[in-house]
Design a protein around this ligand. Structure first.
Ligand code: FES
Ligand code: FES
Length: 169
């Protein structure tokens, strides 16, 4: 069997698996990173979104062989050590999550968006996030949190605690 080298969150893993094994399986069951979630398994819900070379990818629908030699980032690698990614802080400030199941995928799609468009419009956000479904209906808070992370916080409320800040949309 072929050995596949995959860099995940800066660390190289040698995977002795079938090349068609979904990346999601390898992340969760072999590498032990269970932050990335299984939803539909057919590339339709976005729960399993990770970055491959900084692009958002549905990890349920891409095989290990297809990402060999490439750089994968999961939700566990989004923070910089103990420093939360701005989106993670904004998610807390805006209190986005309800059940939370979809949120790792939402955050990874949002992070890929901000990498490309640091100050996105509502239309940019809707286009980037339309493939990430949330059964709890947190879409408006997700949009607000992305704007918060991008710095679109009402300057008149700058002295208020983060959780009290309103977002200009
Ligand atoms: S589990 Fe991958 S897109 Fe739904
Ligand atoms: S927060 Fe429950 S599915 Fe999105």
């Amino acid at each position: 069997m072929t050995i596949y080298n995959i860099e995940v969150n800066g660390k190289t893993h040698q995977l002795d698996v079938a090349g068609e094994m979904p990346l999601l399986w390898a992340l969760r069951d072999i590498i032990g990173l269970v932050g990335t979630k299984y939803g539909c398994g057919i590339g339709q819900c976005g729960a399993c979104t990770v970055h491959v070379n900084d692009n958002p990818v549905r990890s349920c629908s891409i095989g290990v062989a297809a990402v060999a030699g490439q750089s994968v980032r999961t939700i566990e690698g989004l923070a910089d050590g103990t420093n939360l990614h701005p989106l993670q802080q904004a998610w807390i400030d805006v209190d986005v999550a309800q059940c939370g199941y979809c949120q790792a995928g939402q955050l990874m799609s949002a992070a890929a968006l901000l990498n490309k468009i640091p100050q996105p419009t509502d239309a940019d956000i809707d286009a980037a996030m339309e493939g990430n479904y949330c059964r709890c209906g947190t879409y408006n808070r997700i949009r607000s949190a992305i704007h918060t992370a991008a710095g679109f916080v009402d300057a008149s409320l700058a002295d208020e605690p983060p959780g009290q800040k309103r977002v200009v949309v």
